[in-house]
Ligand binder design. Structure first.
Ligand code: F0G
Length: 325
């Protein structure tokens, strides 16, 4: 990376999942889970989402000719993600409260047999999401650390499952340590890790600019805590300011546009380096889970540097001034 000087790790790679078909890592699991839904003859699929799961589910459901129903936290889904779901034909239920309430609706409805759930409680989602680990190993071998943002904790669980299986069948001979990163206002797993609790104390009103990981009751917490323990990993939290700084660093120094939740992994890496948990000479992969266009409001409201002029002449003289400044 260009920004090794700022991150202070000699060898660091960003695994960019924003170039998947709908712009996030969710496509990895969704292609498998929707294929299974089709195989099972399901007519309606449903999910709760902070945005990316629903965008991905609706696109794959459209292709499979299955009806998509989504339950979203009202007022807390980034514009790009919502636009995708609408474009691909979602029927949307906006629920007050947050993602955790939306997920409760899905879990209850699937217990009653009303819908086929496509949240990461669906094992096929996890199976598909293992592939990020396969690709990392393929591309750079086994790094010392993989840094990954954590919300509902499906992705970190899938990553670890995939890597452990690769080792079991002898394709790799060591495993990386995992660093899970949560946003400070939505970090129930970090608290459990720090205080060595057997289970997390859930957060009722999570809050962060990284709406993708604005989750207080992650359903996959048992698997995530197990992955951290088995990998001798760590869980830390980063503030919204640290997330925005990391988003800007990737955008301005690497030409890589990622959404705030994705920038959390870079913010976390910086912090772990500062705290001396990760060494300068260790090889690190940070996963960037989604594209910047997912959340255009955050990108355009925090970094704006623009001017307004009334005509061509004024524009030209301003350009001259900017260039010669
Ligand atoms: N990064 C992005 C961009 C996400 O959309 C999510 C989760 C995560 C990280 C965290 O992954 O939940 O497996 O720990 N988004 C879900 C959604 C919750 O509904 O789109 P996780």
């Amino acid at each position: 990376m260009n920004s090794n000087d700022e991150i202070k790790v000699n060898e660091v790679y960003v695994k960019f999942d924003g170039a998947n078909p709908t712009g996030s890592f969710k496509d990895r699991g969704m292609t498998v889970a929707i294929s299974m839904a089709k195989y099972l003859g399901v007519n309606v699929v449903a999910c709760a989402s902070t945005g990316n799961t629903s965008a991905s589910m609706c696109a794959y459901a459209a292709r499979a000719n299955i009806k998509p129903l989504i339950v979203l936290p009202k007022g807390n889904v980034a514009k790009g993600k919502l636009a995708q779901a609408i474009l691909h034909g979602a029927e949307i239920v906006f629920v007050g409260g947050g993602f955790d309430d939306a997920l409760k609706v899905i879990i209850e409805a699937s217990k009653k047999g009303l819908i086929y759930p496509l949240n990461s409680i669906n094992p096929w989602r996890i199976e598909g999401q293992k592939t990020v680990g396969y690709e990392i190993v393929d591309e750079v071998g086994v790094p010392d650390w993989i840094v990954i943002p954590v919300g509902n904790a499906g992705n970190i669980s899938a990553l670890w499952k995939g890597l452990v299986e690769l080792k079991k069948i002898g394709l790799i001979d060591k495993l990386p340590r995992l660093a899970g990163i949560q946003a400070s206002g939505a970090a129930p797993l970090v608290k459990a890790y720090r205080e060595s609790l057997d289970k997390p104390v859930f957060i009722e009103d999570p809050e962060t600019i990284a709406t993708a990981i604005r989750i207080g009751k992650p359903v996959n917490w048992p698997r995530a805590l197990k992955a951290i323990k088995e990998s001798k990993g760590v869980l830390i939290d980063v503030s919204d300011d640290e997330i925005l700084q990391a988003q800007r660093l990737l955008a301005r120094r690497e030409g890589l546009g990622v959404e705030p939740a994705s920038a959390a992994s870079i913010a976390g890496l910086r912090k772990l380096r500062e705290e001396g948990v990760i060494d300068r000479n260790e090889r690190v992969v940070a996963i960037a889970t989604g594209h910047a266009l997912k959340d255009p409001d955050t990108a355009s409201s925090h970094y704006v540097k623009s001017y307004e002029v009334k005509d061509v002449n004024e524009a030209l003289s301003l350009l001259h001034k900017l260039i010669t400044q």
